[in-house]
Design a protein around this ligand. Structure first.
Ligand code: BG6
Ligand code: MG
Length: 218
């Protein structure tokens, strides 16, 4: 029986995946190359440092550790600028409704995100009080597809992985959920997220009852 719900943040709860992409593109453009949407799929769910390493690999470029730290900082400055006026209008359809329903039914909610900006976003969107646990890039040492972030979430909720659903919009996040033994729900495109147990286009109209029936059919 499902007792816990673990949400990725960027691209699941809030529409911030586009801002990460824009900021990385801006950085790549300063180095005279670009990042495709397809390449960006591999950046979703990945930590800031590993994203930068991947991007510099696309450009076939190498820099000192010091220069790389400056670039990661620059990208984050641009990203934080783009979310500086964040409010509930950036919530993706259905995310707040589902989180509220879960809490109203006495079930548990955790965040499972790679981002170090997650507290800022949960506070700005006024969702923070719904979360029983927040596991994010400030607490993890491993990146998705390693299941650490979700295992820490389940542990914080005092639940087993098989008692938890993970909602993810990234290929690496779905792999992480599967690697940890969670029920994985891809939020987005079936073609991209085909490794998920179940794929839904968005959280709009998704209720606990609907989730239970999707799992039963699976
Ligand atoms: C993930 C995003 O949630 O967090 C990635 O999908 C991002 O795009 C990663 O790089 C790290 O985020 P931040 O906010 O710590 O740079
Ligand atoms: Mg995401």
């Amino acid at each position: 029986m499902i007792k816990g719900y673990i949400f990725d943040l960027d691209g699941v709860i809030v529409d911030t995946a586009k801002y990460h992409y824009n900021a990385w593109r801006r950085l790549a453009n300063t180095l005279d190359f670009d990042i495709t949407e397809e390449q960006n799929e591999n950046l979703k769910g990945v930590s800031r440092v590993e994203s930068l390493e991947y991007i510099l690999g696309i450009g076939n470029l190498q820099f000192s550790a010091q220069k790389m730290a400056e670039m990661a900082e620059q990208k984050n400055t641009w990203y934080v600028e783009s979310i500086s006026n964040m409010d509930k209008s950036e919530l993706l359809p259905g995310s707040e409704e589902l989180i509220k329903e879960i809490k109203n039914k006495g079930l548990k909610v955790s965040l499972g995100s790679a981002s170090k900006n997650s507290m800022r976003i949960l506070k700005a969107t006024k969702l923070i009080d719904y979360f029983d646990a927040v596991i994010d890039g400030t607490k993890t040492t491993e990146s998705k597809p390693h299941p650490q972030v979700f295992l820490m979430g389940a542990e914080a909720l005092k639940l087993k992985p098989e008692e938890c659903i993970v909602f993810e919009d990234s290929i690496n996040g779905i792999k992480a959920a599967n690697n940890g033994g969670f029920v994985s729900i891809g939020v987005g495109d079936q073609k991209i997220l085909h490794e998920a147990d179940i794929v839904i286009p968005s959280l709009e109209g998704i209720t606990i009852e609907k989730l239970n029936s999707l799992i039963a059919q699976h």
